[in-house]
Every structure is written in C-alpha cells, then in structure tokens.
Write a new protein. Structure first.
Length: 327
C-alpha cells in the first residue's frame, strides 16, 4: 500500500496509536470503520497463538463491513511490532503479519532490515517511531517507508523535542510519509500537524477514553478529569522515559515529584511479559493532550468529532472541506 492510497482511504488523516494492553480488536475495528487507521501492539495478543485469532477477526469483520458499504470502505489497520532483542515473539508475530497481509506495520525500539523486507514482500507499509534524528536516519537506512515522530507530550514512551523542531529537521532531509505524535487530541491539532508538514496525526490517549478500549473505568475517568499538569515524565517504570498519569503514580504509593531513574537493562518484551508490565496496568501511560477529553464515547463518535473539528478548522482558514465517500 502506498502512502497516497493510505491517506485517500481515511476520513481524517489520523493513525490511532497502538496502546499497550489497551488496544484490542474491538477498538481497532471501530476505528477503521470510522475512517482512521486502527492499530494494536502484537504483544497485546497473549499468548502468542491469540494473535492469529485477532488478525482473523479484524480482517474478517472489516471485509464484511466493506462488502456492506462499498461506497465507504473501512480504513486499513496496523500492527505494532517491538523490534527489540528481548522480544522473543518477533519472528512469530511478523510471520502472522505476512500471513494476513497486514496493510501497515509500525515498528518500535529498534529497526531491522529483515522485518521491513518481510512486510514489503506482500506490499505492506512500514512506519517506524522515533524520538530524534539519529533514530530517524537509521530507520530509513534500514528500509522503513515512513516515520512516526514521537515528540514531547506524547503518551507512553516519548521524546523531549518540540514537534516543531522534530518535524522541521526531519523534513529537511526526508520527503516520505510522516506521522506526528505529541498531545494531539482534536481535529484542529490534526490540521496543525498537516500545516507543519506531517502527513498524518498520531493519536493515542484520546482513544483510551472510549468504550471499546481495554482500560479500567478508573483509567478512563482519570483521562476525562486530567490535564497536561497531571502528566509525569519518568524512566522509572520501564527503563525508558515515558509520560504517565500522576494520579496512578500516587495510587501506587509513590511521590511523582521525586522518582528515581529507571534502569534501561530491565526493559523486556516477549511472550512472558516482565515485572515491568504493571507499569501499563497500574501506572497509566498518557499524553499531555487530555485536557480536550471530556467524556468516554464510542471510538466511532470520537473519530466523528475529530472529523467535525478538522472540517471546521479548515473552514475557518478558508480551506475547502475534503470530499469523502458517502455513507
């Protein structure tokens, strides 16, 4: 799939970020039916054999939707692969992506030519998430088709650079597809990302607060009630710096203003998980854009709001509203 074809199939230029533990087939299917890329981490399907069932469910239900709505087909979906040496499931999970011809694969925490080649073998698109120019150049050198720029304010593992700086420096040498991540939760912000030079906005935290998301009600409510001031940036929980909700850190009996540094050597992924997996279950990842989130709708309604906001922002600037397929 080409980046141009991908964008043409979206109701708004948004990729739903893969959410560790939270993303599931129901959320992905709802996002894709509504017209954005839905995604999930392969490691959410546990044990490894469950990934086959998840991919079958997603492809079957989206195919049924497309048959019933030929004028408004679903958006493509994506699977996130942790390309880290400790992920003992990587070979199996990539084989599943090849089997189901997953349209988009998002790679994280490393870049491998063999993984990219496997996805390219059937025409899939590989996007790699990065926090700086060093990692961005390595990803493209190893065959990634595009980049996801994880800027300051993004939920979960995130960088520290301003989205303005990160994007403009990347565009100076790379003209391929770019998705921008970092506190994007409204259609206005999606249009702003495009104005800055991105092709897509990458939105995660807003979809945690949806009915389909596999997150506790307390987690969802903390997002509804929270703001940017409630986000804490720390490496304690996984060994890699990330953004987390302050109330969940307090509930764990920790002082969010005096957290020690984490140990990068403790980072582990794979079929068995790790002692750090509780970071995502009990210590909740979240980005700085949650001040715009005021309720817990269905994912389809969340996307519909993004579309309305995006169109209104274009209209305010005198820009044409994009044509979309009829329902």
């Amino acid at each position: 799939m080409s980046p141009q074809e991908l964008k043409r199939r979206l109701s708004v230029p948004v990729i739903g970020a893969p959410l560790f533990i939270v993303s599931n087939p129901e959320l992905v299917i709802a996002q894709c039916r509504a017209g954005i890329v839905g995604s999930f981490p392969a490691l959410n399907a546990r044990p490894a054999e469950v990934l086959d069932a998840w991919l079958q469910q997603i492809t079957t239900e989206l195919a049924a939707h497309d048959a019933a709505h030929p004028g408004r087909p679903s958006a493509p979906f994506a699977v996130n692969q942790i390309v880290h040496k400790s992920n003992d499931r990587l070979e199996h999970d990539v084989a599943m992506c090849v089997k189901y011809r997953v349209p988009v694969v998002i790679t994280s925490l490393g870049a491998r030519t063999d993984v990219n080649d496997a996805i390219h073998s059937y025409g899939g698109l590989v996007l790699h998430d990065v926090i700086n120019q060093t990692f961005a150049r390595k990803a493209i050198d190893k065959g990634a088709d595009g980049l996801i720029l994880v800027a300051a304010g993004a939920g979960g593992h995130a960088g520290t650079q301003s989205p303005f700086a990160l994007l403009q420096e990347t565009r100076a040498w790379f003209d391929g597809p770019i998705a921008l991540s970092g506190a994007i939760a409204t259609g206005d912000a999606v249009l702003a990302a495009e104005a800055m030079g991105a092709d897509f906005a990458y939105i995660g935290s807003a979809f945690i607060a949806t009915r389909e998301a596999h997150a506790s009600e307390a987690y969802k409510q903390a997002i509804v009630e929270g703001s940017a001031e409630d986000i804490v940036y720390t490496s304690l929980f996984t060994g890699v710096h990330g953004n987390y909700l302050r109330p969940s850190i307090v509930n764990a009996g920790l002082d969010p203003d005096h957290l020690p540094q984490g140990d990068p050597s403790t980072m582990k992924f794979g079929s068995g998980g790790s002692s750090k997996s509780k970071a995502w279950r009990d210590i909740w990842g979240c980005g700085q854009g949650i001040g715009a989130i005021g309720d817990v709708p269905g994912a389809g309604e969340r996307v519909a709001r993004l579309v309305r906001q995006y169109d209104a922002a274009r209209a305010r600037l005198g820009l044409a509203v994009p044509a979309r397929a009829a329902a």
